[in-house]
Design a protein. Structure first.
Length: 419
């Protein structure tokens, strides 16, 4: 909806976090005659009195209150959609989503484009809400979009990137299949798309779209520890100072976007060298008493925990701290991976999913301890981990059963580690 269509309307804003606050700021500036009301859990019937509801991403599109409002003719929109409608037409939007790695990929692309002397700002699910950027004059907005923001997207990204897709966020979407469809919705909206050739779940009907694939032999991929463009070597993957093959593979998505924009791929090497890991994403937070501590609190799936273990595995002992909110995760592959490396991998678990994971690893000979809180988990991990080893927080589950968010969980880990 354009600003002029919102002025003089009664507008409900559901959400008081960053997105809701950004909506209030934008409406105060562009729609001074609009009547704004706050929607909270105790006054949801007030939605039906509104002309328009601006819904924050955390409010599920599939809540009965939303569906009832739609039936009553209330227009449901979001800060993301208002940004796309009202931004400068000269600003291109590169939207990035995926189950894991989207924040790092988004930040790396913005960093790289700036190094290539492009006018670019970073926003969306990472950092600044998109509505706070609606009046910004820039060539590119590189935006991370969560599945919540993708689900009802009406805007059309100039380039849409899907880095990977695994089961996640069942409670918001209602099913894993709907989660997949909501992620893919953003890709179907985009004018040009970039997909991961090695993750078949990212497949989408592309007959009407310009599509490129990364991690494909005829595109940007990794071979012999080098980034390749088809059959042409570019530069070593070690140029990127991030651990793990998964980070290098996601960097292939960045290089593919650079290629799609017609910029020089070889110029990206210098940009990669100066990029730093984001907090709580395989972040080495320190070494104490001969033990290395790695914070990967962002990990909410078994797949990301496995990727983290592979990324830091140098043949020395690793103690994994895992466990969190139970969303029905399948821990079979993670338990099998730990069992295959039982000679040097240990497990300390947290509620709620930790005991379930422990039940799967103990029969495989993995030294395992079940705990009830972070200070106990860190203390036990310190006793289990020999000199030269690593304690890795990669929970393979969301944090909301014990913490407000993954950042708070990672900070608590760092606190009890004494770093």
């Amino acid at each position: 909806m354009y600003w002029q269509n919102l002025d003089h309307k009664k507008i409900g804003i559901w959400g008081t976090g960053k997105e809701g606050q950004a909506a209030r700021r934008a409406l105060a500036k562009h729609c001074p005659n609009a009547h704004l009301i706050d929607i909270e859990e105790n006054n949801t019937p007030d939605i039906l009195t509104c002309d328009v509801l601006i819904k924050s991403p955390g409010v599920s599109l599939y809540r009965p209150e939303i569906q009832e409002a739609i039936q009553h003719g209330v227009t449901i929109t979001s800060g993301t959609n208002l940004f796309f409608t009202n931004k400068s037409p000269q600003t291109q939007v590169i939207a990035i989503t995926g189950t894991k790695g989207k924040s790092t990929t988004t930040a790396l692309l913005a960093h790289t484009l700036k190094h290539l002397n492009q006018s670019v700002v970073l926003g969306g699910n990472i950092g600044v809400p998109l509505l706070d950027l609606v009046d910004t004059k820039t060539d590119y907005v590189v935006a991370e979009l969560s599945s919540y923001q993708c689900a009802d997207l009406t805007g059309r990204p100039d380039i849409g990137i899907l880095v990977n897709l695994y089961p996640e966020h069942l409670q918001w979407h209602g099913s894993h299949q709907r989660y997949y469809e909501d992620k893919l919705h953003m890709i179907r909206q985009a004018y040009r798309i970039i997909l991961n050739a090695t993750n078949p779940e990212t497949a989408v009907h592309t007959d009407d779209l310009e599509a490129r694939y990364f991690n494909a032999s005829d595109g940007i991929h990794i071979q012999d520890n080098l980034f390749y463009n088809g059959g042409t070597p570019l530069f070593p993957i070690a140029t990127l100072p991030l651990p793990g093959l998964h980070n290098a593979e996601n960097a292939c998505a960045v290089l593919t976007a650079v290629q799609m924009l017609g910029l020089r791929l070889t110029d990206c090497a210098e940009a990669f060298k100066t990029f730093h890991a984001l907090p709580h994403r395989l972040q080495t937070i320190g070494i104490k008493n001969g033990i290395t501590y790695v914070d990967d609190s962002i990990s909410t799936t078994p797949e990301t925990a496995i990727a983290a273990l592979k990324a830091i595995d140098n043949g020395q002992p690793i103690t994994l701290i895992a466990g969190g909110l139970d969303r029905g995760q399948d821990y079979g592959n993670l338990a099998a991976f730990l069992g295959d490396h039982a000679d040097r991998m240990r497990l300390v678990t947290l509620p709620d999913t930790g005991s379930r994971l422990a039940d799967m690893t103990q029969p495989q000979g993995v030294e395992t301890s079940i705990t009830s809180d972070m200070p106990t988990a860190v203390s036990i991990a310190q006793h289990m981990t020999p000199h030269g080893g690593t304690i890795l927080l990669s929970p393979a589950a969301p944090s909301y059963n014990m913490y407000q968010n993954f950042e708070e969980r990672g900070n608590d880990f760092k606190h009890w580690a004494g770093l």
